[in-house]
Write a protein of this length. Structure first.
Lengths: 337, 304
């Protein structure tokens, strides 16, 4: 096996471009993770560190990690659409908005228990996925990009103009949830809640990837026409990808709403969608560890570069360009044979 | 205001906004037609055009004044410089990606867009800049509707630009080469056409037109902002799709149609101007569902 001797594979392998590129030491390091023992022990170590962070890290550290967990869920969701099914979605913030507003409205206006709003979030974000995906999935990929962008804007503008969503100032005073009698309000509460959410998201994403559905997506991504010829209904499977991606976003949105206790249309700008997409591309489309790394970089980066202030986004754009030009497959890409 | 006045007023608004859409849509359509790239940064090129013209106007106004003479000089300078910017972007960001999958190249375009508007944001501190001119509000009155000379001249200027472009594309050798590349790049290489040069030229022309639109928008609205390109980029793409993407007359018609529809849309009951963008995007989605080839687009046969 290649794992026993990573150097044996130090041959050229085709990357995403179909072009041929040298395998770098980074890729060889990742191959270590193919070994079950190494992978499991490092994952356990990682989980232990993450679980122990609240005992020695301050509120600032926990806040950053909670934020990173949140983006991990979003990235894992968008990855289903972009990475697994190969569809570009530039309006992912719309799903996240649907979830956040569903929870916000149901708890603030109707006094519903937070946990009961989650099924509604799932329902509404799935519906949003169908509404966006249904008419557009037959389109060419770049049309799809613009349409999803348009839908993202429509969602945001609608949220800004409606009364029930609180207009431009948004919803405030969303109630904190209770869990087994414990009221979740401190940062370490949310830290653990979001951590559990990430674990669930990873589990679902892994299971999906190895399912019949996951294989169908992969087939569609690699060659739509061949997939169709093999009897895969491409529109149907693409729609599933959209719906499942939307539900990830919706659920993450619900938790976001109760963590922040206030949401406004400003949270769901196009930049938000672009950032999530950026993390997915940065991490390496289609690969779960890539999503974790991508989301983490996305959150850490602005914190580390806080000193350069407004130039952060500019720098981010440059980084994105450099990555696309020199490592288009991302930090931790999926290996393709 | 009588019904006639309202119609006239909205007609003028629609024509003006439509001209800006058309000019930006042309750049989208040309680039898409020639290398199948959806140049996401095109809206930001328009924004850059407005800002370069703003700076140029400040440079030339002591000599030429901030009247039409100064504005035309600033606009031409902006068209030239932003055209070069377009060529530079194409050279640095897009050309190395030409063989890459569509997703990668689209993301590259988003990266370019981020870099462009964030640089302008950093330079201007995110503030609105007042685009002051000496044009005033003189004009003609039709009923109770006041049409300024500025509005008339802007529409005429757009028409002149479009007619020249049409001439350039249909009558010159360069235009012929562009049309040939859109059909078959490899055959063009065999025929001795310098494909890379023509692609660069396409970016130059498209970016210049966007810069012209940006300058005009600055003159018309009186203020410019680093984020002004975002929505118009989306709208111009909508316009290009309405007209049939890849088609030059299509982009012109599409822009005007979208501008007029939008102006009409603001008068519909329940659709105030705050829903204007929703109206435009809704239109785009409906159009893509029912007639994805647009008004003048050709039906595309997917080849295996």
């Amino acid at each position: 096996m290649s794992v026993d001797n990573p150097r044996a594979r130090e041959k050229e392998f085709p990357d995403v471009d179909g072009a041929v590129s040298k395998q770098t030491w980074v890729d060889r390091a990742y191959e270590l993770f193919d070994n079950k023992k190494i992978r499991n022990s490092s994952l356990l170590g990682l989980a232990a560190v993450v679980l122990l962070i609240p005992t020695f890290g301050g509120n600032y550290v926990m806040e950053i990690f909670t934020n990173a967990f949140f983006y991990m869920v979003l990235c894992l969701g968008l990855n289903i659409v972009v990475g697994y099914a190969g569809l570009l979605d530039l309006g992912y913030a719309a799903f996240f908005a649907v979830g956040a507003y569903t929870t916000g409205i149901l708890t603030a206006h109707f006094g519903m228990n937070f946990w009961l709003t989650i099924p509604f979030s799932v329902l509404f974000s799935a519906m949003a996925g169908i509404i966006i995906g249904g008419p557009t999935l037959r389109l060419r990929s770049d049309y799809l990009a613009i349409v999803t962008l348009g839908f993202g804007e429509i969602t945001r503008i609608t949220a800004r103009n409606l009364e029930i969503t609180g207009g431009a100032s948004g919803l405030i005073g969303i109630d904190r949830p209770e869990l087994f009698g414990l009221r979740l309000y401190q940062i370490q509460h949310f830290y653990y809640v979001f951590f559990v959410l990430v674990i669930i998201a990873i589990f679902v994403a892994v299971r999906l990837h190895h399912s019949r559905l996951g294989r169908a997506w992969q087939y569609i991504r690699e060659d739509e026409d061949a997939a169709e010829a093999m009897g895969i209904d491409r529109v149907k499977f693409k729609l599933y990808a959209y719906i499942i991606g939307a539900v990830f976003g919706g659920v993450a949105g619900s938790f976001f709403a109760v963590k922040m206790t206030a949401i406004s249309p400003q949270t769901f700008l196009f930049t938000q969608s672009a950032m999530i997409l950026l993390a997915v591309v940065l991490g390496g489309m289609g690969k779960i560890p890539g999503m974790i790394v991508g989301a983490f970089v996305l959150v850490i980066f602005p914190e580390v570069f806080r000193a350069i202030g407004d130039l952060r986004m500019l720098f981010f754009g440059v980084v994105l360009l450099v990555i696309m030009l020199f490592r288009p497959q991302g930090i931790w890409p999926e290996r393709r044979s | 205001m009588s019904t006639f006045d309202i119609i006239l007023q909205q007609l003028i608004n629609g024509l003006l906004i439509g001209s800006f859409y058309s000019l930006v849509a042309l750049g989208y359509s040309m680039v898409y037609g020639i290398i199948m790239l959806l140049n996401f940064a095109h809206g930001d090129i328009y924004m850059a055009g407005a800002f370069v013209a703003f700076v140029m106007l400040a440079v030339v106004s002591p000599v030429l004044g901030a009247g039409w003479l100064g504005i035309v000089a600033a606009m031409i300078a902006s068209m030239f410089l932003v055209g070069l910017l377009g060529v530079f972007i194409q050279r640095v960001a897009y050309r190395p990606m030409l063989g890459a999958p569509r997703l990668s190249i689209l993301i590259t375009a988003i990266g370019v867009s981020l870099v462009l508007y964030n640089s302008v944001m950093a330079i201007t501190d995110g503030e609105f800049q007042a685009f002051t001119t000496d044009l005033g509000f003189a004009g003609v009155d039709v009923g109770s509707v006041h049409i300024t000379y500025t509005q008339i001249i802007l529409v005429v200027a757009t028409a002149i630009l479009m007619i020249s472009l049409n001439w350039f594309i249909s009558k010159t050798m360069y235009g012929k080469a562009m049309r040939a590349i859109a059909l078959d790049k490899d055959a063009c290489r065999l025929m001795g056409i310098n494909v890379n040069k023509i692609i660069a030229l396409t970016f130059f022309v498209g970016s210049s037109l966007a810069a012209a639109a940006g300058t005009m928008a600055g003159v018309y609205y009186g203020s410019i902002h680093f984020f002004m390109g975002f929505v118009i980029g989306l709208k111009a793409f909508t316009a290009a799709v309405i007209g049939g993407i890849g088609s030059i007359p299509g982009a012109m018609i599409g822009g005007l149609v979208l501008g007029l529809l939008e102006a009409a849309g603001t008068q519909l009951p329940f659709i105030g101007s705050e829903w204007k963008d929703v109206f435009a995007f809704g239109l785009l989605i409906l159009l893509l569902v029912f007639r994805p080839t647009g008004i003048l687009g050709k039906t595309e046969i997917e080849r295996m």
